[in-house]
Design a protein around this ligand. Structure first.
Ligand SMILES: C[S@@+](CC[C@H](N)C(=O)[O-])C[C@H]1O[C@@H](n2cnc3c(N)ncnc32)[C@H](O)[C@@H]1O
Length: 284
């Protein structure tokens, strides 16, 4: 079911406008492999018919599912491990020292996909910082895609997924087997508030965060979008708050208000000037 350049152009524009994901020319194969099944579900024989119908209709379910289908949701437990070591050994102890008076810890995991990343942090907190049991922890995990959020909320993973990055002792301790799936323990699941949030739309009112993880999503955006999102993140971070990006991402050349901090073998970013930081909301 090959598509015309016009169809590719329409899909490209739709996905860019609604998610900021840039589909470069040459990604036609990706569009076809992700959208042909969706077009069939909606009863269309060709992608061209599917795109023409969407182009003539107001934004609705088909458009939304198209955008979601074009997101890449690749993730794993303790992905790249070094950021998690840095959190465990250095960053969380530092934040806890700073927040000892209020005993409140606010974490945001943006673009969290199917939940492996926030659940990794939740297990890390439970495993290494028992004193947090008496703290108020607000842990929000967000994504654009409802499909991955539903999976994240379910806390259910297949064997291949738990085999990717989850140490066996943590699997045994924090998951129970249900048929072919592994289900995360309720006390870990309930630590996290999974919400829909599109990074390029207006953000809802959120707490001021001590730690923001936004890993492996900026790579999909153009420079102006990356800049705007980093600026908005500064608006929802506490003074000295910690930002964590994916291994192929950086604030360098995008936002000079962040400084890069090498922590163990991991990298984090802090705001250089905390003046004006900590506002409770930001608009894209
Ligand atoms: C590659 S996954 C990264 C998952 C996780 N952070 C990690 O590093 O393992 C990228 C996620 O970004 C989400 N995403 C893409 N565009 C987005 C947008 N505009 N707003 C919010 N989330 C978005 C996708 O739905 C996907 O789940």
């Amino acid at each position: 079911m090959a598509m015309t350049p016009k169809t590719f152009g329409y899909i490209r524009q739709l996905v860019l406008a609604r998610s900021a994901i840039v589909l470069e020319p040459g990604k036609e194969y990706l569009v076809e492999s992700r959208l042909v099944p969706l077009a069939k579900v909606h009863g269309f024989a060709t992608l061209d018919d599917f795109a023409d119908t969407m182009a003539a209709a107001p934004f609705g379910t088909m458009h939304r599912q198209t955008v979601e289908a074009m997101t890449t949701n690749e993730t794993s437990f303790f992905r790249d491990i070094h950021p998690f070591d840095a959190l465990k050994k250095t960053l969380i102890p530092e934040v806890m020292a700073r927040k000892a008076a209020s005993r409140q810890l606010n974490i945001w995991c943006a673009a969290a996909s199917s939940g492996q990343e926030p659940y990794s942090v939740a297990m890390l907190l439970r495993e290494n910082f028992p004193e947090l049991a008496s703290w108020k922890i607000t842990f929000i995990a967000t994504d654009l895609s409802n499909a991955v959020l539903a999976k994240a909320r379910s806390g259910r993973y297949g064997q291949l997924e738990v085999n990717r990055g989850l140490p066996a002792p943590l699997m045994v301790k924090y998951f129970t087997k249900d048929g072919t799936e592994w289900v995360i323990r309720e006390d870990i699941r309930s630590m996290i508030d999974f919400r829909e949030l599109n990074l390029i739309e207006k953000w809802p009112l959120m707490p001021v965060f001590d730690i923001v993880m936004i890993r492996n999503v900026l790579i999909y955006f153009d420079i102006a979008t990356k800049r705007q999102i980093l600026k908005n993140i500064r608006g929802v971070m506490s003074p000295n708050g910690i930002l964590m990006l994916g291994g192929a991402e950086t604030t360098m050349g995008l936002d000079d208000q962040f400084e890069r901090v090498q922590v163990e073998k991991g990298v984090a970013y802090r705001q250089i000037s905390a003046v004006g930081a900590g506002r409770a909301n930001a608009a894209a």
